[in-house]
Design a protein around this ligand. Structure first.
Ligand code: NAD
Length: 500
């Protein structure tokens, strides 16, 4: 269906907005009002071809530009993004629904990666060995891949693209970004800011769309790599399809993050952390805490403390100073709410039911209040599935070992946290747990920009994490050069390998 309005979100190709050939569009909601705010273009394969061609044409000059030139552009982009982060946060709140403070936090985490990219020349240096054989030197180079594709999810419309494109661009690649069609406008803001920062046209392109545009990127012969973030079934599909088409792929998937609480933990700190990490961003974070595993006898005390804190949380329009905003769409809100029925059917205890929440916002907003469910059976879908909403489960166990075994049996391995005052137990946990990012008395252990971000198991397909040092590896390929410059002593035939 085509419903083009004055406010239709367009593609960004070769330094300007482009409507493209496709007549298809999709709705972009204001989730706090529960109504369609604007439409977004849904690209056809031909539209993706145009974006890839623009990126391909821009590649020779951009990859050949000096490190100084590329870093100056990124530094200027950093200044624009930092000075005008309030504009980006307002876009995030209006399309995603997250509250203003949280939206500003998202931009801040993205800025970290831009800052890292400003100094990335240091990490992209090659190595040099003199005289590996007499008069022979060997050195290595890191060169850009070409056109790189980025496909991002709805929950971090600014931060997740920022995990990838600053470093990809800094090392000389050109980019086609396919953001989530649910909240597409932040990507256009960043495209305009990059141009203002001096980025040549064609280096950064945005195509909006759904499966058709994603498949076009995955199969395109001129796209060298795919960086994907989203749900596990799609991540697996992306990994398999793009690999089959000869691309380098990193596909970050879904999560179900556990917080293990030992009996010696500070329960006030645990309760604060569980509430912040369970309900921040309405639970729509891949690093949200979804399950608290309480080692007895602490569960009853902990639940009392969590419940008390939940009673003070406010839900509403993200611009009104509330703690928590709406969910992304009505369908998603209804799906998340349906797990509360599943919990009751499966014999769990619903301690706080968010379905009746009184929100400070429009009646049709996609509201669901914070929800707490105790005694969740490990066989229940409430435990086994990623809910991606403000639903916190409690599982009671009798020992550290029992809790650890539950975490290690999970199909996901994105983040986890242990809360304890016992350094030995924490050290044992960091060694024994099968998860990529671990917090010790820290509930959301997202690594800073100069480490790399990524999980294990079904939370990451591919062997390279996002940003930090892994990104240099992912976005470049290495050459090793063996060189000899003749001097007067050279001469003679020798069919063997050089020995000295
Ligand atoms: P999603 O998988 O539905 O969509 C992600 C991207 O894939 C979007 O750009 C979307 O347009 C595209 N897409 C959707 N369906 C597709 C299909 N059938 N074929 C091809 N492309 C398709 O994810 P979402 O709902 O936007 O985001 C939430 C999910 O992302 C959660 O599962 C969350 O855990 C995960 N996530 C993971 C991380 C991480 O770092 N591991 C970070 C953020 C979000």
């Amino acid at each position: 269906m085509s419903t083009v309005t004055a406010d239709t979100v367009e593609h960004w190709i070769n330094g300007k907005t482009v409507s493209g050939a496709s007549k298809r569009t999709g709705p972009v909601f204001d989730p706090a009002r529960g109504e369609v705010a604007r439409e977004v273009r849904l690209a056809s394969t031909a539209d993706v071809d145009s974006a890839v061609q623009a990126a391909k044409d821009a590649f020779p000059d951009w990859s050949g530009a000096s490190w100084a030139k590329r870093q100056q552009v990124l530094f200027a982009f950093r200044e624009i993004l930092n000075a005008r982060k309030g504009e980006v946060a307002a876009i995030l709140t209006s399309e995603h629904g997250k509250v203003t403070a949280d939206a500003l936090g998202e931009v801040a985490r993205g800025l970290e990666v831009v800052e890292f990219a400003c100094g990335v020349a240091h990490l992209a240096k090659g190595e040099y060995s003199e005289n590996v054989s007499t008069g022979v030197d060997v050195y290595s180079l890191h060169q850009a891949l070409g056109v790189v594709g980025i496909i991002s999810p709805f929950n971090f419309p600014a931060m997740v693209p920022l995990w990838f494109f600053p470093i990809a661009i800094a090392v000389g690649n050109t980019v086609v970004l396919k953001p989530s069609e649910k909240d597409p406008s932040a990507s256009l803001w960043m495209a305009r800011a990059l141009k203002e920062a001096g980025l040549p046209d064609g280096v950064f392109n945005v195509v909006h769309g759904d499966k058709e545009s994603v498949d076009a990127l995955l199969e395109h012969p001129d796209v060298a790599s795919i960086s994907f973030v989203g749900s596990t079934p799609i991540a697996k599909y992306i990994y398999e399809t793009a690999s089959k088409h000869g691309k380098r792929v990193q596909a970050l998937g879904g999560a179900k993050n556990h917080m293990l609480v030992l009996p010696d933990a500070d329960l006030d700190l645990v309760a604060d952390s569980a509430v912040n990490a369970g309900f921040g961003s309405a639970g729509e974070r891949c690093m949200a805490i979804s399950v608290v595993i309480a080692v007895e006898p602490v569960a009853d005390d902990l639940i009392a403390k969590i419940t008390e804190r939940m009673s003070g949380l406010t839900v509403g329009d993200g611009t009104r100073g509330c703690d928590m905003g709406p969910l992304i769409t009505k369908e998603h809100r209804d799906k998340v709410a349906s797990y509360i029925d599943v919990a009751t059917t499966d014999g769990a205890v619903v301690v706080v039911d968010g379905r009746g929440v009184k929100a400070d916002g429009e009646a049709d907003g996609f509201w669901l209040g914070p929800t707490l469910i105790d005694k969740v059976p490990l066989t229940s879908r409430v435990y086994t599935e990623e809910i991606f909403g403000p639903v916190l489960s409690i599982v009671r166990v009798n020992s550290y070992e029992e809790g650890l075994a539950i975490i290690n049996a999970s199909r996901y391995g994105n983040g986890t946290a242990i809360f304890t005052n016992d350094g030995g137990a924490a050290r044992r946990f960091q060694n024994e747990v099968h998860v990529g990012m671990i917090g010790i008395n820290v509930p959301i252990p997202v690594p800073v920009g100069y480490f790399s971000f990524g999980g294990w198991k079904d939370s990451l397909f591919g062997d390279t994490k996002a940003y930090g040092p892994d990104a240099i590896h992912f976005f470049t390929r290495q050459k090793a050069i063996t060189s000899r410059w003749l001097d007067p002593s050279h001469g003679g035939i020798n069919l063997g390998f050089p020995q000295n």
